[in-house]
Design a protein around this ligand. Sequence first.
Ligand SMILES: N[C@@H](CCC(=O)N[C@@H](CS)C(=O)NCC(=O)O)C(=O)O
Length: 201
Amino acid sequence: MIITLYNGAVSGHAHRVRLFLALLGLPYDRITLDMKAGQHKTPAYLELSPLGQVPTLVDGPTVITDSTAALVYLAIKYGDEHWLPRDAEGAARVQRWLSTASGELYRGPVLARAGKLFGRDIDMARAEAEAERLFAWMQAELHTRTWLAGDKPTIADIAMYSYMRVADEGGLDLSPYPDILRWLADVEALPGFEPMPRSST
Ligand SMILES: N[C@@H](CCC(=O)N[C@@H](CS)C(=O)NCC(=O)O)C(=O)O
């Protein structure tokens, strides 16, 4: 069964899923929607994704319309257990970061980038403060261990990577956080790694 991924060219949410598909070595069809032209709001696409968002993952009869949900699905269906531990504490550690990817990461670096790159009406001071709080916490966590949720890479690292890599596109500086920079390089060294596109590429 061939997997299809609907994605957007500079969407970090979509990149998360492409990155994981690449790390798993799974073949798939990639459909890139022209979001500036509103292709994510057409009636046909809204039937797949009621909120009109990317990414959407389609695997046979299964349709998944959220990036972190897609990571969970792919990890359980196709991945080794280290990507999503099944023990209670290990699974909770991963979920902590999936929530962060949809929460603090979104309210900080994602919105700061949307304000700078796409001219969205964002409260930049608030996004910057949220990002700094997140970066300080990540730095402290990554100072004590290699990966976000333990001693092996998990989908927590995949969910957090894409927008952290392009934090500078939101005017945010990661240079005061050496362990975050080390961790970004560790993700990039994983076999099969696929880079997050920059806005100019
Ligand atoms: N919770 C969703 C959020 C996805 C999301 O916000 N995607 C953006 C592109 S980066 C989008 O499609 N925005 C259009 C919209 O919300 O109308 C996920 O994690 O996949």
